[in-house]
Design a protein around this ligand. Sequence first.
Ligand code: CP
Ligand code: NVA
Length: 313
Amino acid sequence: MNLKGRHLLTLLDYSPEEILYLLDLADELKAEYRKYGGHPNRKPLKKSLGMMFEKTSTRTRVSFETGIWELGGQPLFLSFRDTQLVGTGETPADTAKVLSRYLGGIMARVYKHETLTALAEHATIPVINGLCNLYHPCQILADLQTIREHKKKLKGLKLVYVGDGNNVCHSLMIGCTKVGMNVTVVCPDDYKPNEEITKKVQALAQKYDTKLEITNDIPSGVKDADVVYTDTWVSMGDEAQKEIRLKAFKGFTVDAKLMSYAKPDAIFMHCLPAHRGYEVADEVIDSKQSVVFDEAENRKHAQKAVMLSLMSD
Ligand code: CP
Ligand code: NVA
């Protein structure tokens, strides 16, 4: 599979075969890393990855930074605040053209998806979305890797996302549908996923013979779930609506009662950071059903697969 030079802005741009190829490579890289503590039998990826952050991060920063280093390349952390994008208002287009002269790839975490598309349009190197207002594709590659590890398959599984119809929810809807999983989003009526993305995923669900359901009813929505997934009710950028959101999401906490509607062997997932007592109760995130730390670890393996595939010569 040749993915050289491609951007990764959203999984909408990737076919099921390409997604599965990345997951297989992520598994191989994980096994190699476990065995050798590195990748001694692979040609090193002698490239630098510029990591641009407009928002805070723990997992994305550390997993990309250690991941590129383990592949033989070098990370370069660039806080937006300290670049001329903010300093003197240099455009994303000029920034992308300049960075393309120095780097082998750009990973960017931004507020607006349009910042990423502007970077990608003008960069001559791959641009990887490290989270924006609409999508979080790298998270979902790690999630699918984690689900397959625990469930030994993807096709036919039911994933139930409980909470805010946000960036993580959108990417899950897209990624899961493409690999043959059924997705149910359980959310308050005012916090449904983006309509345009929902329409696209409905079309994908038809194409790949899977189901997308959106409901506000917890017991029927969670029924028969193989995977229960949640994320924060207040995403980065939504802080001003915090009080309103905390009220609107009351009753949507993933607790033991909610998990009891799922299959007894269902796994619990969360992209993290978690807000314990809000979107998830301790009794669930700390339970045997929870795979959140495997999920966090897999960010690194999945992103190494992405960097190797997109940035290799
Ligand atoms: N899940 C995730 O993207 O975590 P960070 O915000 O810590 O990068
Ligand atoms: N939906 C969250 C995900 C954090 C990893 C946010 O955008 O803040």
